[in-house]
Write a protein that binds this ligand. Structure first.
Ligand SMILES: [Zn+2]
Length: 288
């Protein structure tokens, strides 16, 4: 079992170039949440009511809208890449699934840092932090998996969960396993494929740019040195994107095989910064 697991991991390390991203970090300034446009009460101007005006009359005026949270009414689906026990079940995760442009494996194990911190654990931790922040801001958040001790789901199912939820935005969180000198982050957006994703390609592109800008600003991690242009990459071979009918992007938050990126991604405090940055990007896209 052990040998098998190791060989699967090794194979996945190679495959994981599909999961690209690395980053060097900048100064660690705390990223504040964007100011929320509160519903301010206008002081009534002009006619100051004479003192004898009954209080009742004053309060019977226009009703103030209830004070809301910035993401009230928004549905966000988070997809923590891979799963903690994928490596134990190659029979399940290697099963081919149809992603419209080709057949791909149901899922992969993901990569890890050289010291053994797995991408699956990383994406689960960031997603948990991000969920908390988004819910505090009023959003309804759904996840494509509920822990880091399972297997799957397949990439087709991960897309279907976002579709079924009617998500206003969906985000798949990853870290890359590229060459040791490669670093920086990048965002992956869908391309038109003559399929259902076509209608959300434009919105996904806007989402991707908002996520990129917020991630750069909030984490200091630079644009990828090895994939995409200005940290933006467009692909038509990812099931999670091809099968999405809601605005969706992937982020490769850094390269786990690069020492500088790995140090950041391994830090709980830094992962909190990542989560705040991603929340700000989503909130910006959702226009609140
Ligand atoms: Zn990944």
């Amino acid at each position: 079992m052990r040998a098998l697991a190791a060989s699967v991991l090794a194979a996945c390390g190679l495959i994981a170039s599909a999961c690209g991203g690395a980053g060097s970090g900048g100064a660690a300034t705390d990223q504040a949440a964007p100011a929320t446009a509160g519903s301010r009460q206008e002081p009534s101007q002009g006619q100051t009511p004479p003192q004898e005006t009954p209080a009742q009359e004053q309060s019977s005026g226009k009703q103030e809208p209830p004070k809301g949270k910035p993401l009230d009414g928004k549905v966000i689906v988070l997809d923590p890449g891979h799963n903690g026990n994928n490596y134990r079940r190659p029979d399940i995760i290697n099963r081919p699934v149809d992603v419209l442009t080709e057949k791909k494996a149901c899922d992969t194990t993901g990569t890890s840092t050289n010291s053994g911190y797995s991408e699956a654990a990383f994406t689960w931790d960031v997603s948990t932090r991000l969920t908390r922040i988004l819910r505090e801001r009023g959003a309804t958040v759904k996840l494509t998996r509920s822990n880091n001790t399972g297997v799957g789901p397949c990439i087709t199912q991960r897309a279907a969960i976002g579709n079924k939820a009617g998500a206003d935005a969906a985000l798949s969180i990853h870290a890359d396993g590229a060459g040791p000198r490669d670093h920086g982050f990048h965002v992956i957006m869908p391309k038109k494929i003559g399929g259902p994703v076509d209608k959300v390609v434009a919105k996904s592109s806007r989402l991707g740019i908002d996520i990129r800008d917020a991630f750069r600003k909030g984490t200091g991690i630079p644009y990828s040195t090895y994939i995409g242009k200005n940290a933006l990459d467009y692909r038509n071979d990812l099931g999670g994107l091809n099968l999405s009918t809601v605005p969706k992007v992937f982020i490769e938050t850094g390269n786990m095989r690069n020492a500088g990126d790995a140090a950041k991604l391994s830090s709980p405090a830094f992962r909190q910064r990542i989560a705040v940055a991603l929340a700000n990007g989503l909130q910006h896209y959702l226009g609140t």
